[in-house]
Design a protein around this ligand. Structure first.
Ligand SMILES: Cc1cc2nc3c(=O)[nH]c(=O)nc-3n(C[C@H](O)[C@H](O)[C@H](O)COP(=O)(O)OP(=O)(O)OC[C@H]3O[C@@H](n4cnc5c(N)ncnc54)[C@H](O)[C@@H]3O)c2cc1C
Length: 413
């Protein structure tokens, strides 16, 4: 099934596997660089036109938002669907003090903004439709086989049809089958935990403050949405999560109320609970002959530091810029130079945060007494050390804290 077409007489210059938010945004960015592409998606056209609410609320950094603005997707989001993330308060165990992060000193009013994943998918699809003649979307097209050769990348669909192009981009999720077929390995960390997400309504205003409560045995986060409503993100061992998914609403909400200890007042559930197993992935390489990986296929983050789709967007911007320059210079789009540069720079932008996120998760899910002591110490040190907090806030706002700017200007002389 097809949504919009490049002329079939002019085959696409790039094939993209996966019409998730990263694959569709990649298509939009390539189209803006004058490059034609064909996006192949296993799911139905209806699921792209009307993406179902999957319970995910995506925290976007300022850089992620700027990329979506450049792609003209941000402008298609209704204002009511964008919630400001003004501050984040991190609690450890039963302690009352918390570590607070805000945008102060960055020149920004907010740390970032929250948008539901299904809205991001919707505007990404609409964005692709707004670039007729440059983007072709084929739904119900399951890519089964890949051949990467010196002259072209060729894919075979499940029904046997073959398509070729100078470049193939895999945006087919963190469990990418294309990555595997290309012989690219992946660092995979299965945390043995799952996350339950759902919306709740509360009687007290959230004031745009996210709460992250690291309790012993589980983590509970509340992400502020508009209209006295928040997204509850509960992380716990997979067996307990499975059992809690079977609880009825009253039992679940009573448990949440006890855990929140009266914060946010009276609580009401809003809609269904969704379950996600927690597995982080990092591809050993982001490129191979005539192939690039984007989105979760390159880096599949643990959601605690809210970087997954942001990293996807950073990769989209980087790769589209390099391929646009290659096209302008009349070079082969599947040539090694641009792909190697993409791989190196995207790794530089993501590796430390990927490892840092996993280290934080390990520390805050380790229930041994020494680890509990250490995490209390880490939070106390961070609270007492404003520069450390400023660095973390700067990561979200995309602005360097004042003291870092001063150090850099001193170094530059
Ligand atoms: C609970 C949760 C909270 C999160 N919170 C945040 C956050 O706050 N901030 C943030 O930045 N990120 C967050 N993320 C991460 C974010 O949701 C992902 O990074 C993003 O959705 C990945 O998009 P993608 O397009 O790479 O992959 P997907 O959305 O997984 O899309 C892959 C697509 O490829 C298709 N496909 C797969 N194989 C084939 C094939 N062989 N042939 C054809 N099509 C195929 C699939 O059908 C699918 O449509 C969160 C994730 C979770 C689970």
């Amino acid at each position: 099934m097809q949504a919009s077409t490049t002329s079939s007489a002019n085959p696409a210059e790039v094939l993209i596997v996966g019409a998730g938010p990263a694959g569709l945004s990649m298509a939009c960015a390539l189209a803006d660089a004058g490059i034609t592409c064909c996006v192949l998606e296993a799911n139905s056209l209806a699921s792209l036109q009307n993406p179902a609410d999957d319970g995910r609320e995506i925290a976007l950094t300022h850089k992620g938002i700027a990329i979506l603005q450049g792609l003209k997707q941000w402008q298609d989001l209704p204002a009511a669907e964008i919630a400001p993330l003004r501050r984040a308060h991190v609690f450890n165990g039963d302690a009352h003090q918390h570590l607070a992060f805000d945008a102060e000193g960055s020149g920004r009013k907010v740390l970032g903004r929250l948008v539901s994943n299904h809205w991001l998918r919707r505007v990404a699809y609409q964005g692709a439709l707004k670039r007729p003649g440059l983007i072709r979307i084929r739904a119900e097209a399951q890519v089964a086989q890949v051949r990467l050769g010196a002259q072209a990348a060729t894919i075979s669909l499940a029904d046997g049809e073959e398509l070729s192009a100078p470049l193939l981009i895999a945006a087919d999720s963190r469990f990418s089958a294309i990555r595997r077929q290309a012989g690219i390995g992946v660092e995979m960390r299965d945390f043995g935990r799952s996350v339950i997400v759902c919306r709740i309504q509360h009687s007290q205003a959230n004031q745009g403050i996210a709460l992250e409560c690291f309790h012993y045995g589980h983590t509970l986060a509340l992400l502020p949405l508009n209209g006295d409503c928040s997204s509850l993100v509960l992380t716990l061992p997979a067996d307990r999560a499975n059992a809690m998914m079977n609880w009825d609403e009253a039992q679940f909400m009573q448990w949440v109320g006890t855990e929140l200890r009266g914060r946010l007042g009276a609580l009401q559930p809003l809609g269904a609970r969704h379950l996600y197993p927690l597995v982080a992935t990092y591809a050993h390489r982001f490129a191979a002959e005539r192939l690039a990986l984007v989105g979760d296929a390159a880096v599949g983050m643990h959601p605690v530091t809210a970087h997954g789709y942001n990293f996807g967007l950073y990769g989209v911007e980087l790769l589209a810029g390099l391929l646009g320059a290659a096209k302008q210079a009349g070079q082969d789009l599947g040539g090694a130079a641009a792909l190697e540069r993409y791989a190196t720079e995207h790794r530089r932008a993501t590796w430390a945060i990927y490892q840092g996120t996993n280290a934080v998760v390990r520390l805050f899910t380790d229930e041994r007494p020494a680890a509990r002591l250490l995490r209390r110490g880490v939070l106390q040190i961070a609270q007492a050390l404003p520069p450390l907090k400023a660095v973390i806030s700067a990561q979200l706002t995309g602005r360097q804290p004042g003291f870092l700017r001063q150090v850099q200007s001193l170094i530059r002389g």
